[in-house]
Design a protein around this ligand. Structure first.
Ligand code: SAM
Length: 281
């Protein structure tokens, strides 16, 4: 049987690094990584840190990337990665996926390979002439696929000025200026009311706090793609029960159309997305 590219790459990396690293550390080299454009994100254990530059150089050369980042935490309101540059000096890259160009600074802006299915799903989700509002747009992760591949209009809202700069560039790079506009504000300050056929809420941990605002932006009948993180012990009731309760308090009925797992967020906690139809009572 022919070996895949990755099966060939790993032994090559080990072979080169076994000449530099103590034997027991070679066993601890990362077997998984992610690549965003020509930037590599490498999870490195503490024990490997004294050799981080040598390791990163070998991975970069074998995989043909310009920059390597050490994977760290994604933190705070803006869900910003804290990734250290350990090889090269340019974390800005253009990632191609499903016919879309995503330009971003991979050291400061989240782009999760695990969310790829959801980005691809969005490319055929909206119906012609719909107005879609993306309340947590990032660099256009979920809304560029809609603007590029559906006959719908998109309003993208992003609070972080640095991320917003890339969102605007990406709208131009993908030539969707006539279908997509962007606002650099907190979505709670967005003035549109009763305008959206569809709303994207691609956020985690606190997404429920933004449901009242989403309902204000929604038309009397609309679809909301509601992401959140949920402890496994509360599934499958949650997160729909909380969504429905908040919707009721704001004069809306909610019907669950579909529920999907995006990825494991932390031990015992899942990132899920619900497709919910809301109706004004
Ligand atoms: C986790 S990223 C997700 C990007 C994309 N929606 C996805 O699901 O792949 C969330 C984005 O929402 C932005 N954000 C957080 N709070 C916001 C708010 N109140 N208004 C607008 N944007 C916000 C963050 O800066 C960040 O870029």
């Amino acid at each position: 049987m022919r070996k895949t590219k990755t099966q060939l790459i790993k032994p090559r990396i080990r072979e080169i690094l076994s000449k530099i690293l103590p034997k027991e550390l070679v066993e601890k080299l990362p077997k998984r990584w992610s690549q965003i454009g020509d930037v590599l994100i490498l999870p490195l254990r503490e024990e490997l840190l004294p050799y981080k530059h040598e390791i990163a150089k070998v991975y970069a050369e074998v995989l043909g990337v310009k920059t390597v980042l050490r994977k760290g935490w994604i933190l705070g309101e803006f869900r910003e990665p804290h990734y250290e540059i350990i090889y090269g000096n340019d974390p800005i890259t253009v990632h191609r996926e499903n016919g879309i160009l995503y330009k971003l600074d991979a050291s400061r802006i989240m782009f999760s390979p695990a969310n790829v299915k959801e980005r691809v799903r969005m490319a055929s989700i909206a119906k012609p002439n719909e107005l879609v509002v993306d309340m947590f747009a990032g660099i256009g992760h979920l809304s560029l696929p809609i603007a590029k591949h559906c006959k719908a209009k998109v309003i993208a809202i992003e609070k972080n000025p640095y991320t917003f700069k890339f969102l605007v560039e990406n709208i131009e790079l993908n030539k969707v200026q006539d279908k997509m506009s962007a606002y650099n504000i907190d979505n709670r300050e967005f003035k549109g009311e009763n305008i959206a056929d569809r709303i994207l809420m691609g956020y985690v941990i606190k997404t429920h706090e933004f449901i009242p605002k989403a309902l204000e932006i929604a038309k009397d009948e609309a679809i909301i793609h509601y992401h959140n993180t949920v402890p496994e012990r509360l599934m499958p009731k949650e997160p729909f029960e909380t969504f429905q309760k908040i919707a009721k308090e704001h004069g809306y009925d909610a019907e669950l159309l579909e529920s999907r797992i995006i990825k494991r967020y932390s031990p015992g906690v899942w990132h899920v997305v619900l497709d919910v139809r809301v109706f004004k009572k």
